[in-house]
Design a protein. Structure first.
Length: 158
């Protein structure tokens, strides 16, 4: 049996990505027409690393930056979310191994400023990290949001 890949190995495995392709068939009904980039995991990680302390981005801002970089209409929503999740787990894995500077995945939010419960430690740990950077949070049922997220959005992704 093959040993399981670490999160950092998964992050480094580009599998031939990035790839630019036209959107066709069922995909065009769901996401629209045009060309789409499927980014490499390390591209998503690199964008997440650009977000400074006290600022946040949404997955949509990450996607827009990737689309602009690759000169396409949009970036794949599915793989972008998966690669952000891999980057988050790789960061926690690195932290557990003693790394001091890791990808600040907690600053990458879902649409509308919602915290991602799938990141390591769930809403509790992500919320602690955001509060430590000065953000205020609001609970809405089982979900949590950064208050006035628009005011702390980072617009310098490149």
């Amino acid at each position: 049996m093959k040993p399981k890949k670490s999160w950092r190995e998964k992050l480094a495995d580009s599998k031939g990505l990035p790839k630019v392709a036209p959107v066709t068939g069922k995909m065009s009904r769901r996401w629209g027409e045009g060309t789409m980039v499927i980014p490499a995991p390390l591209e998503v990680d690199a964008l997440m690393k650009q977000v400074p302390k006290g600022k946040v981005v949404t997955i949509n801002e990450l996607r827009a930056a990737l689309a602009k970089r690759h000169q396409v209409d949009f970036a794949c929503p599915l793989t972008n979310g998966i690669f952000a999740w891999i980057a988050a787990n790789a960061a926690e894995e690195a932290c557990a191994a003693g790394a001091r500077r890791v990808t600040p995945y907690w600053r990458a939010l879902k649409m509308g400023g919602e915290l991602n419960p799938k990141y390591p430690g769930g809403l509790t740990e992500v919320g602690k990290k955001l509060k430590a950077e000065g953000h205020k949070l609001r609970k809405k049922g089982k979900r949590a949001f950064v208050v006035d997220c628009e005011k702390t959005l980072f617009h310098g992704l490149s």
